[in-house]
Write a protein that binds this ligand. Structure first.
Ligand SMILES: Nc1ncnc2c1ncn2[C@@H]1O[C@H](COP(=O)(O)OP(=O)(O)OP(=O)(O)O)[C@@H](O)[C@H]1O
Length: 351
């Protein structure tokens, strides 16, 4: 997917001015509240008209003031999933799902309803009214309805913000799998760094109505480390554990991590805050933390007053965070050997 936007839109005192091109299948748009994310989504989808400029999707002009082009939202074939599911309350799940599909031109109907219904596990809900669904079920139906419109681009405007953490991490695999299975590129909008790490390959950072930078999820997490209450979030996809003295022993490359967080359930994705890792210059004796990893420092980075220490342990990479004076006192440089202590309770299960 190639998207080119050179457009301006004034809303009250707020001016969105964007001139950027982005290519890829999983693009994130990250910005604080009021930075203009939704305005940008509305311009791309055609729900709002720029005051001036042009928008191209895969070389097709969607909007141009100079050429006098303004394709309607239907003709753009861009679907949106919003923060609130916004289903038709008087229609069943089935009728909601098929709404976009029936309006889609026959030659564009590449995605079969039964395939999508199976993928999103919606079969048991089909005859239900949408008012009787949980928040997560509603969002799955909204996603299904958007995808069955057979869009060439999916816009997800904070689709997880209204859900609690448990539901959020249940929905993410669905968002990713529909995009992969049906080869639909997406723009994923959020102010959550964790969601950017989980959903995007490339990120446009919006600040006060303009694109401040184009970056990667890792770089974004590094830049925000000092200001994020959880620091840099290490994400660990771990294979099945075995029980070991009341804890779960998860293989992590050639390491083993002892984790106390609950029974495994299918996939195991954990977050580990950079602030929950304590570094030692020498092997410590008799410590209570259940994990002690011998590491090599691969690089250091700065994030305001904090230092991120990128560590390699048996080929696995993670980031620990220390204050600048600690980096100086311990004389930590690239190539140093360190020991990282992590409590078994510091890992938070995400899915
Ligand atoms: N119709 C409008 N009239 C006046 N100002 C508006 C209008 N719509 C949006 N704005 C202003 O434009 C700015 C950007 O709004 P927008 O909804 O795009 O931000 P956002 O980044 O999506 O925020 P959030 O994360 O809170 O949803 C805000 O300051 C908002 O108050």
């Amino acid at each position: 997917m190639n998207l080119l936007i050179d457009a301006e839109k004034k809303q009250g005192d707020f001016l969105l001015r964007v001139n950027t091109g982005v290519s890829g299948e999983r693009i994130g748009i990250f910005g604080q509240s009021g930075s203009g994310k939704s305005t940008l989504v509305h311009l791309i989808s055609g729900l709002l008209q720029p005051d001036r400029g042009e928008i191209f999707l895969n070389d097709e002009c969607l909007f141009s003031t100079t050429k006098g082009i303004n394709l309607s939202p239907e003709r753009r074939r861009i679907a949106i999933v919003f923060q609130q599911a916004m289903l038709f309350p008087h229609l069943s799940v089935k009728a909601n799902l098929l709404y976009g599909y029936r309006r889609c031109r026959t030659e564009n109907r590449h995605i079969k309803p039964e395939t999508l219904i199976a993928l999103l596990k919606l079969q048991p809900l089909m005859q239900r009214g949408v008012n009787n669904l949980s928040g997560g079920e509603k969002q799955r139906v909204a996603l299904g309805r958007a995808v069955l419109a057979n869009p060439r681009l999916l816009l997800m405007d904070e689709p997880l913000s209204a859900l609690d953490d448990t539901l959020r991490f249940q929905i993410i695999p669905y968002l990713k799998s529909v995009s992969e299975e049906f080869a639909i590129p997406y723009l994923f909008i959020s102010h959550s760094i964790l969601e950017m790490q989980l959903m995007a390959d490339r990120i446009l950072v919006l600040k006060k109505g303009s694109i401040a930078e184009t970056t990667t999820p890792d770089q974004l997490a590094r830049n925000c480390m000092a200001h994020n209450p959880k620091g840099y979030l290490n994400l660990l996809h771990l294979a099945d554990p075995v029980l070991h003295k009341g804890l779960y022993a998860y293989p992590w490359g050639h390491n083993t991590l002892l984790i106390s967080d609950g029974e495994p359930s299918g996939t195991s994705l954990f977050e580990l805050s950079s602030r929950d890792i304590i570094l030692f210059k020498q092997h410590p004796e008799a410590i209570s933390a259940r994990n002690l990893l011998k590491c090599t420092v691969s690089e250091l980075f700065r994030s305001d007053g904090r230092v991120g220490v990128v560590l390699l342990s048996n080929g696995e990479k993670f980031v620990a965070e220390i204050v600048r004076s600690a980096a100086e006192d311990l004389n930590i440089t690239a190539g140093s050997t360190l020991f990282a202590a992590i409590k078994a309770s510091s890992f938070r299960r995400l899915g």
